[in-house]
Design a protein around this ligand. Sequence first.
Ligand code: HEC
Length: 142
Amino acid sequence: MYRLRPVGDRIVYSEPMFLGERIRDLAELPDGAIVAWVDRGVLLELRPSAKLSAFNRFCSGCHQPTFGVPAGPSLVGLMGREIASVPGFRYSPALAKLNGVWDEARLMAYLRDPQKFAPGTSMVLPPLDDVLLAELIDQLKG
Ligand code: HEC
């Protein structure tokens, strides 16, 4: 079973989900929850957690996945860090050629519209509203 993240008509991210059970059958409930019937003979109900932070909902899948190779560079210590400076990460030429350090204003601009901030950047994001952007920036400062 995979969790897929669509942006428009593209799947930008896919993550295998570990249940620790062998799945016999799956059904979707009217509210979007998924019920899995597993070998043990029990039903497991899966639903997105409403408690996930904005970072975990929108960013960690690429920047801090629970397993697998991250699609994006580490964001640890981002504020005040030189743009495109994580050693060994293969940045797009678009981001690599930018000068300066990450501050609130640059981050806001990049997250609001990656292609406008760095035309050709390889980061793809869904549109994020101002409340979410503020929450994200707070988290990345902390
Ligand atoms: C679909 C995968 C994906 C998602 C989701 C994603 N990123 Fe990225 N991110 C990338 C990639 C790939 C790059 C490198 C971009 C480049 O080189 O042009 C990147 C680069 C960045 C950078 C520049 C880092 C540096 O070292 O200069 C920041 C900041 C960033 N992402 C923040 C975020 C935040 C915050 C979120 C959540 C709102 C997010 N990203 C979601 C893939 C992703």
